[in-house]
Design a protein around this ligand. Structure first.
Ligand SMILES: Cc1cc2nc3c(=O)[nH]c(=O)nc-3n(C[C@H](O)[C@H](O)[C@H](O)COP(=O)(O)OP(=O)(O)OC[C@H]3O[C@@H](n4cnc5c(N)ncnc54)[C@H](O)[C@@H]3O)c2cc1C
Length: 286
């Protein structure tokens, strides 16, 4: 298994926060995962899928990082239009694979940057579609007994941007089965492009970010509350509430993780004071 020392994490988090760790592991098969975790479970370890939903709060980590995107990303088509992805497969690879095979169901993920493991943990989605809708089952390593197990979608306790895998962090997602269905490739391509265009019109693609910072609170929309508070453009250090979409924080000038976290705290305090709403962070602080 590839292992790197003094590993630079800057290009492995979509905020492009400068950070490094003592050691990074790049597992390539299930035996590698068991080897990594066999003596100490998740203690002093951090799992990174695509790094599109994380905030590094430190610039140096003593913890070992497990990087899934590079060497653990095979994708296969099984009978009855079931696509099987190792956890490190990216959504861009998945959506293009589905298009090549004239299979529909994942078009919405064309512009949601993610690994498949990360998508299953976060229950990623948009416009009323979520990964859970097409998920069949998940293979995972249970760190409590070091056994590889499989769990059906119905038993993962999915909620909006939440899953068993967030509530119980002693499970590492290894493999994901998705049920797709045949469709004309031109129609699939059309939906992928339409979704992408609509998102690019709304989202601040010009600066590094990690998507929506906050979960949508019941009965409210985050963007309009932030607009009303005139917080667009509010800045601490190199982190700024996006001028284009108030629900995003962008790295405009070498932001540290603490810059981003301090902007988040300010927005939460202002929203609480004006609207009485507690904004819950969707992104994972590491
Ligand atoms: C421009 C942009 C737009 C976005 N738009 C959307 C959107 O529309 N909808 C949406 O839902 N999200 C969106 N996001 C957020 C992001 O795409 C999703 O949260 C995505 O699923 C994160 O996946 P990841 O692989 O990058 O996870 P990471 O950021 O690498 O990890 C997220 C969490 O999951 C854990 N984890 C990752 N892989 C595993 C694994 N195999 N086993 C166990 N734990 C694991 C990590 O430890 C971490 O706690 C957006 C992000 C960006 C940058």
């Amino acid at each position: 298994m590839k292992i790197e020392n003094n590993f630079d994490l800057t290009n492995y988090n979509s905020y492009k926060i400068k950070a490094a760790c003592n050691r990074a592991f790049f597992p390539a098969n299930e035996a590698d995962f068991i080897e990594i975790f066999k003596n100490s479970g998740l203690d002093n370890k951090v799992i990174i899928g695509g790094g599109y939903n994380i905030i590094f709060s430190k610039d140096h980590y003593e913890e070992d990082f497990i990087m899934l995107g590079e060497n653990y990303s095979s994708i296969t088509l099984e009978p009855d239009n079931v696509v099987v992805c190792e956890a490190g497969v990216s959504t861009i690879v998945l959506t293009e694979f589905a298009l090549t095979n004239s299979l529909s169901g994942v078009e919405i993920f064309y512009d949601i940057p993610s690994s498949l493991g990360g998508a299953v943990v976060m229950n990623a989605g948009a416009s009323g579609e979520e990964i859970k809708d097409i998920l069949v089952k998940v293979r995972y390593l249970d760190l409590t007994d070091m056994k590889v197990k499989e769990i059906n979608k119905e038993d993962i306790g999915y909620e909006y941007r939440n899953s068993l895998f967030q509530r119980e962090t002693n499970k590492v997602v290894l493999k994901v089965w998705l049920q797709l269905h045949p469709k004309n490739a031109d129609e699939i391509k059309d939906k992928m492009e339409t979704v992408k265009e609509a998102r690019w019109a709304k989202q601040p693609k010009e600066h590094p970010n990690a998507g929506s910072v906050f979960k949508r609170p019941p009965g409210h929309y985050v963007g309009p509350m932030i607009d009303e508070l005139k917080l667009k453009g509010f800045r601490i250090g190199g982190a700024e509430v996006s001028k284009k979409h108030g629900g995003f924080i962008v790295n405009v000038d070498n932001a540290t993780g603490m810059d981003i976290i301090n902007v988040i705290k300010h927005v939460q305090a202002m929203v609480k004071e004006r609207f009485g709403v507690d904004l819950e962070i969707e992104q994972r602080i590491i």
